[in-house]
Design a protein around this ligand. Structure first.
Ligand SMILES: [Zn+2]
Length: 64
């Protein structure tokens, strides 16, 4: 799976705030993710990101 900047990840497990969607802010060796509910920014390795991803919504989809 290839993550793109602007794409949104639906996580398997909700964040502490209850949000499940994370936006990809930066990719590379590490992926920078922002929780869409509380705005918290975290770094995770690509491997960790893959593990937490339930569904990946590409950046070309504007579904709200
Ligand atoms: Zn959150």
């Amino acid at each position: 799976m290839i993550y793109e900047v602007g794409g949104v990840i639906v996580a398997k497990k909700a964040h502490a705030c209850g949000g499940e969607e994370w936006q990809v802010l930066r990719t590379g060796a590490d992926v920078k993710l922002k929780c869409l509910k509380c705005g918290r920014v975290v770094f995770a390795s690509v491997d960790e990101t893959k593990k937490m991803t339930k569904k990946y919504i590409g950046s070309d989809k504007n579904d709200g």
